[in-house]
Write a protein that binds this ligand. Sequence first.
Ligand code: ADP
Ligand code: MG
Length: 323
Amino acid sequence: MNEFELIARYFSRPCADASVVLGVGDDCAALRVPEGEHLLVSTDLLVEGRHFPESTAAFDVGYKAMAVNLSDLAAMGARPLGVTLGLALPSIEPDWLEAFAKGFYTLAEQHGICLVGGDTVKSPVLSLAVTIMGSAPPDRMLTRSGAQSGDLIAVTGTLGDAGLGLRSIQRPESMPPSLNPEDIDFLQMRLNRPTPRGEEGRRLAEVAHAAIDISDGLLQDLGHILRASHVGAVVEADRLPISPAARAWLAADPTQHNLPLTAGDDYELLFTIAPDQWAMLDVPATVIGRITQDKRLRVLDAQGHDMPVHVQGFDHFAPVNLD
Ligand code: ADP
Ligand code: MG
């Protein structure tokens, strides 16, 4: 199979989307941006061994590549328009490509977005570059810079699942023996197939002041909102939403107690919202703290005491992470 056969076979599914004028097959794709809206663009790179373990199933690699990009659109309250896929492959393996494309398209179809182009090359390391495009009305664009003192801070879903899922793969011996197989499956699914909160993001765009998706850990990502908005925050650690599976792990292994504050890869939305808007909001979410004028980030434990805050979210250029 050559490059062109590969594209035709795996990445040229027909696309019926009013926003796509021209998809895969020409020198450029052509997309229709709704009149009066902004074009929003985001890129994510995924490199095998760094963003996903080499053992990750091909379906999950495709699924996650789509999910993390849809999550960026969700965090801005945008509607999807189209997505491109850059693929760098060590070799052409039909089974791997078939499963990868299935994972990628499964989530794309659920969110009504078409693959409209890309590039395919040979490379010693398996890597993917996904660029997603979406649109939003200028006054309905959720950014990191709109948080206001007095806002509530809330998150969708649960936190720490993906971090524990990763730990269960990288250090299986550290798993509490009391954890049942369904809990382990759940945590690993949260790592490998995150749920982008597109619908939630678009509803939040109407009322929230600021938002970000949690890719690098709650405290690190909240830190981005605080810096961009020139405000501070108080987070109450015991209000973090924790799934039953993560709760079972943390109850049996207190050493991981603070993991939901710092672990990445959950792809939930973190947003700030005025208390009166929160009271009317119909997006399932949990309040975990509030925005303050005082520009510090404080985290309180169950007794209301300040916890030492070392922001340890994922930083690609931190010395410990360099290859
Ligand atoms: P060019 O030489 O103009 O870069 P290519 O030969 O690389 O074009 O690609 C041919 C067509 O296939 C283009 O429309 C391109 O967008 C699309 N394409 C290439 N690789 C992929 C991929 N991995 N996924 C989706 N579309 C792809
Ligand atoms: Mg090309």
